[in-house]
Design a protein around this ligand. Structure first.
Ligand SMILES: [Zn+2]
Length: 256
């Protein structure tokens, strides 16, 4: 553009107004309904990994009388357009969607983005979570995950016949697995992943805000691993637990 001495500004990756939260609830739907209780009139996006899960969550919230719509690639073009516009023009304030939703959407007052399932990598997660709070107002980015999410993501990657592709995808998946399991500041984790320096404590993420106690479980871990090893790695959780607890059950006596 032949600009002479233009003003150059490189903004960072940080989104200070977003509160990052990671949870592993036993019942994700119960978590969502409790979270939404005092947010009935706020705009929010709920991402789920499959069309089936999108529809299940949509039906669940509709039953609870939320003003909700949904979006996934299986809808007709007409329905996609309608549901998307219902959300953008505030006729519906919650949209449950797969990651097919969001490209080119610029709705500034989205107060929360919840992921019901763990996304496949940090890039997807940060892009989708970043659709919250574009107006700079306080907003939440919440990631709910379960062990099953990890298993499913690994299975999907294993379906590819390209080994090099699999390796890259598994490494990326591992980063987000580390994100949901870390006890360090979530914002610092994200910023460092994207190559930016960060403060150790942001005071605006679930790890910085939660009270928890650090306990050294090295000795217990050693006992568990040793027991698994001595039983030739042949038994499941309940037998290992029985052995470690010194259970008198016939089953565990036979194995010991
Ligand atoms: Zn933090």
């Amino acid at each position: 553009m032949k600009l002479e001495d233009p003003f150059v500004k490189v903004t960072g990756f940080d989104r200070e107004n977003l509160l990052f939260e990671v949870r592993k609830p036993k019942d994700k739907m119960a978590f969502i309904s409790s979270y939404l209780k005092d947010k009935k009139d706020m705009s929010g996006i709920i991402y789920a990994s499959t069309r089936k899960r999108v529809e299940a969550c949509y039906k669940y919230l509709k039953k609870l009388s939320y003003n909700v719509t949904f979006y996934h690639a299986g809808l007709s073009d007409k329905d996609k357009k309608k549901n998307q516009e219902d959300f953008i023009y505030d006729r519906k304030n919650i949209i449950v969607a797969t990651n097919a939703f969001g490209m080119g959407i610029d709705k500034s007052d989205v107060r929360y983005v919840i992921h019901i399932n763990m996304p496949k990598d940090m890039e997807s997660y940060y892009q989708e979570a970043g659709r919250a709070g574009r107006d700079g107002e306080k907003s939440d980015a919440i990631l709910l995950y379960s062990t099953q999410d990890i298993v499913i993501n690994k299975y999907l990657i294993s379906q590819s016949s390209n080994k090099a592709y699999q390796l890259v995808k598994l490494q990326k998946l591992q980063t987000i697995i580390n994100y949901v399991n870390t006890n360090k500041c979530l914002r610092a984790f994200i910023l460092e992943y994207f190559g930016q320096d960060a403060e150790k404590n942001c005071n605006n993420c679930s790890n910085c805000l939660d009270d928890y106690e650090k306990i050294d479980v090295s000795l217990d871990s050693q006992k568990i691993l040793s027991c698994i090893y001595r039983l030739d790695q042949r038994y499941g959780t309940s037998t290992i637990v029985d052995c470690l607890k010194g259970s008198n059950s016939q089953n565990s006596k036979e194995k010991i």
